[in-house]
Write a protein that binds this ligand. Structure first.
Ligand code: ADP
Length: 497
């Protein structure tokens, strides 16, 4: 009987189950796009029940495609969109509200209040994070106050909280395990980064009862087993990572200075710092990369909120394109963006601006501008944002970035990758398997049970698809970057609340 590892990658755009074999190769997969709920401008919610149902569906579909039985799955690794959080009733198993997604800005005023109270430095010191609506703490506080107001009779002793990993783990184990891992917990703004446990002062500050919070466990190690009623087998769940940290693990970035950038809904550039908890001087986040029972790896991160999400908006909002892939064809039909610059601040701006009130903008439009120019300017803006974060990383460290390893849905786009290499002036390396997120958690889960023996061998077996070297467009692209930064300044401080 051939054995496999099952990876669950529950992202912002959709849920994916991928089966990996003993050589670390992808065997089969299934995917389901996730519905996005926009109840108000700047708000974004997901339905937790839908995430759970999609999880079961994609697992069954992936296994069925290759007639793999659940008994052949020796371990399951889970990786999820981070910061998105919810409350649910541990007796009924029902979510008490939709999950508030990481991009949601509804708690911006609460964050501004914390900053005005002079709390930002202490919060950064304790959590490594910049005070922003992005993180879970203010979202959980919002959910709790909504609950008190709208369901005053609810028994708070039955209410538990968690990020998406906790919710799915709880369901996979039929309510037996309420836990999370250090990499996800480090994004809540409630975990003390040095102590690696919930920070009592912060729980008090956000009025979140400790007993609601999941237990924090090492990213690689046994979390529990799937309920036998679910798939007909008790599959050990042996890895949980935040999606960005899982991708870092898959790229083999386990030594200080190694970094990767994932191009999904947002772009996330993460640089390994090993056991060195470094607080950034240039607006980057300090975070947990991953943990085992023996070791903690930290990282520095630049978070850019809306990149692939802007492509989805071109498709679903503006209806300017039919598919994300079409952006590449359109962008290469014109020689430049014809003076158009796009600021992708659809959910405010993250690193290095941290401006919750910035909003999206097109600048430089003249009468000759066509659809192709608009599309191209949106793709270019993704690369410009990454350039800003690479500059912050360079300023924070002694050695400049020499190579960018990439992954994620949007890095399929050759135009974007070439433009990225041009604008950075360094090569961009794209792997053959773009689902590094799923691959990372599969590696972690497999290593935990001895299905995989050696991390370095797994990494060495990964194939590179293509290296994009800086080309003839480099000088022009770098000049245009200066103009784009001017556009960013115009889009900042826009929304009052
Ligand atoms: P996530 O894990 O955040 O859900 P994925 O890594 O699955 O994201 O990538 C999906 C994102 O990539 C979507 O936002 C989509 O718009 C974008 N995308 C997919 N293909 C392309 C493409 N060829 N060019 C540009 N963007 C793309």
């Amino acid at each position: 009987m051939t054995n496999y590892i099952l990876a669950l990658d529950l992202g912002t755009t959709g849920s994916r189950a991928i089966v990996f074999d003993a050589s670390g190769d992808l065997v089969t997969q299934a995917y389901q796009e996730l519905k996005q709920y926009y109840p108000k401008p700047g708000w974004l919610e997901h339905d937790p029940t839908e995430i759970w149902q999609d999880t079961c569906t994609v697992i069954q579909q992936a296994l069925a495609k290759k007639s793999i039985s659940p008994q052949q799955i020796v371990a399951l690794g889970l990786t999820v969109q981070r910061e998105t959080c919810l409350l649910w009733d541990k007796v009924t198993g029902e979510p008490l509200h939709k999950a508030i997604v990481w991009q949601d800005r509804r708690t911006a005023a609460h964050c501004r209040q914390l900053i005005a109270q002079g709390k930002a430095a202490e919060i950064q010191q304790r959590t490594g994070l910049v005070v922003d609506a992005y993180f879970s703490a203010t979202k959980l506080a919002w959910l709790l106050s909504w609950l008190r107001e709208n369901q005053p009779n609810v028994n708070l002793n039955n209410v538990i909280a968690g990020t998406v990993d906790s919710w799915i783990l709880w369901n996979l184990t039929n309510g037996k395990i309420h836990a999370t891992d250090h990499s996800n917990a480090s994004r809540t703004m409630l975990m003390n980064l040095a102590a690696k446990d919930w920070d009592e002062e912060l729980l008090d500050l956000f009025a979140i009862p400790r007993q609601m919070m999941p237990e924090i466990k090492p990213s690689i190690g046994l979390f529990g087993k799937t309920d036998p009623e679910l798939f007909g087998a008790e599959i050990p769940i042996t890895a949980i990572f935040g999606d960005q940290q899982a991708a870092l693990f898959a790229h083999g970035c386990d030594r200080a200075g190694m970094l990767k950038c994932t191009y999904g809904t947002g772009c996330f550039l993460v640089a390994q710092t090993e056991d060195n908890l470094t607080l950034s001087q240039h607006q980057l986040l300090a975070t947990v990369a991953w943990t085992t029972a023996e070791k903690t790896n930290y990282a520095l991160e630049g978070a850019m909120f809306t990149t692939g999400a802007c492509i989805q908006w071109l498709r679903d909002g503006l209806k300017l394109i039919k598919s994300a892939a079409e952006t590449e064809t359109l962008a290469t039909q014109v020689k430049d963006s014809n003076g158009v610059y796009f600021v992708p601040a659809l959910s405010g701006l993250g690193t290095p601006h941290w401006d919750m009130s910035a909003r999206g903008a097109f600048l430089g439009i003249t009468g000759g501008v066509q659809r192709e120019h608009i599309v191209r300017s949106v793709l270019e803006s993704i690369a410009y944002q990454v350039k800003e974060v690479v500059e912050a990383i360079n300023q924070d460290s002694d050695t400049a970035v020499k190579l960018l390893k990439v992954d994620g849905g949007a890095c399929k786009n050759d135009f974007l990758m070439q433009f990225q290499a041009d604008i950075l002036g360094v090569p961009v390396e794209r792997p053959a398997i773009l689902d590094a997120t799923a691959q990372g958690t599969a590696f972690g889960a497999g290593l935990a049970v001895g299905f995989y023996q050696d991390y370095r061998e797994l990494i060495a077996s990964r194939k590179v698809d293509r290296i994009f070297d800086p080309g003839v467009g480099a000088n022009q692209a770098q000049d245009n970057f200066i103009i784009w930064q001017k556009a960013v300044e115009r889009a900042k401080n826009w929304q009052d609340d």
